[in-house]
Design a binder for this molecule. Structure first.
Ligand SMILES: *[C@@H]1O[C@H](CO)[C@@H](O)[C@H](O)[C@H]1NC(C)=O
Ligand SMILES: *[C@@H]1O[C@H](CO)[C@@H](O)[C@H](O)[C@H]1NC(C)=O
Length: 396
């Protein structure tokens, strides 16, 4: 009997030791202690990679801490799979890309996470130093690298980005591709209004992505939504300058997954080229966009506040005269108001082969120079209710 009690006590003790040594105690790595230098000049890539390797190979919840200061990083891949599904990266400092844009300009991504699960980034400034590359592209020089995405996630699940600032990316700022369950909150993304292809957040082939309470102003789309995006929620975003929030371009490929269940609400567009846009190439495709809700949004001096463009064919190259195969259906515009910078505030230019269906306008009011703006519809079917100004041209 006494022996039994002793061995029970021993196993309880062992259990306590086991849990306290493995899962219960969070581990913290400060990149300074791994050799990073906060001087903005010394290459800290190896220190960040060392921190990542420690975090990734540990089974315990791990925090990588980046203190104040400027940390120069070349392009880095934070590679999974990891043992760890709880890695936090807390950043009080600024990560800086190399001033010479050639260093990362052909690498696709500057900071790239692949096959990770449960990675959260809190705070921090990412400075892509893209201005030199934008100038190269503007000069017409054919030798410019295409540019790197500042922060990319691919094939990853359960991602949180909270309170991050991304400045002057060479190309797109933040990209999610083949990701599931992503929460982006309180981010600020900024690049010059005439910087090329500097989209704020791009989401494709991903599900359950939420973007909240953020401020995005760039030279391209504030948020762009590519093929295969489903269950996407965007709320309380200030957009501008830029090209607005775009679903598309869709239908570039013949075989393409659709976009489904997207909600965009509480967005203020200021001086943007578009407000809410759906865009597809004028060529055959299996793609589609359906169950889309644009709600409670304000347009301030926006060139094309509400637009569906299914005849996108830049330079008339490889699609002249073709109709888009992309089927657009069940799109609701509700409580959208403000000012258009052009006469046409609502434009539905749908595919002659696959007309838009189930387009619904409810309480939409757009003015141009203090008069109701105009609406233009082609191959669009749906309904209007409540106050709709300009008067809807949807066939009833
Ligand atoms: C649509 O997406 C939202 C998240 O954005 C989700 O909560 C909801 O369940 C989805 N609806 C359907 C029908 O899948
Ligand atoms: C594009 O191609 C179509 C069909 O071939 C033609 O009618 C149209 O004028 C072309 N547009 C431009 C801008 O070249």
């Amino acid at each position: 009997m006494e022996k039994a009690i002793n061995s029970l006590a021993l196993s309880v003790l062992l259990l306590i030791l086991f849990f306290s040594s493995s899962s219960a105690i969070a581990v913290n790595y400060n990149v300074l202690s791994l050799g990073a230098k906060p001087d903005g000049i010394t290459d800290s890539t190896r220190a960040f990679l060392a921190a990542w390797t420690k975090a990734c190979t540990s089974a315990a919840a791990t925090t990588i801490y980046v203190p104040p200061g400027r940390f120069l990083l070349r392009n880095v891949v934070f590679q999974g799979q990891c043992k760890n599904n709880d890695i936090s990266i807390r950043i009080d400092g600024t990560l800086v890309a190399p001033a010479d844009y050639h260093v990362i300009g052909n690498s696709g991504n500057w900071l790239f996470f692949e096959h990770v699960n449960g990675v959260s980034i809190y705070g921090g400034v990412l400075d892509g130093q893209g201005a030199g590359l934008w100038a190269c592209k503007k000069s017409g020089n054919k030798g410019c690298p295409s540019g790197a995405t500042t922060l990319g996630f691919s094939n990853s699940n359960n991602i949180v980005i909270n309170g991050l600032t991304s400045l002057n990316s060479q190309m797109f700022h933040i990209v999610f591709n083949r990701c599931h369950n992503v929460k982006v909150q309180g981010v600020r993304i900024s690049a010059s209004g005439n910087s090329p292809n500097t989209d704020g957040i791009h989401v494709q082939t991903s599900s359950d992505v939420t973007i909240l309470n953020s401020r995005i102003g760039t030279g391209d789309d504030c948020v762009s939504i590519g093929p295969g995006a489903t269950n996407l929620w965007i709320e309380n975003v200030a957009c501008g300058p830029g090209h607005g929030i775009s679903i598309g371009s869709l239908g570039k490929d013949l075989q393409e997954p659709g976009v489904q269940n997207v909600t965009v609400k509480g967005v203020t567009f200021t001086g943007t080229e578009n407000g809410v846009r759906i865009k597809s190439w004028g060529r055959p495709s299996t793609g589609f966009a359906r169950n889309i809700l644009f709600q409670h949004s304000l347009m301030i001096n926006v060139q094309n506040p509400i637009v569906i463009d299914q005849n996108y064919c830049p330079d008339n190259n490889s699609c002249p005269g073709q109709a888009s195969g992309v089927k657009i259906s069940d799109v609701t515009y509700e409580d959208i108001h403000g000012t258009s910078a052009t006469e046409v505030g609502i434009k539905f230019d749908c595919s002659s082969k696959n007309p838009c269906s189930g387009i619904s306008l409810e309480d939409v009011k757009l003015t141009y120079k203090n008069q109701p703006a105009e609406a233009s519809c082609s191959h669009a079917d749906g309904s209007a209710s409540g106050l709709v100004q300009p008067t809807s041209c949807l066939q009833l």
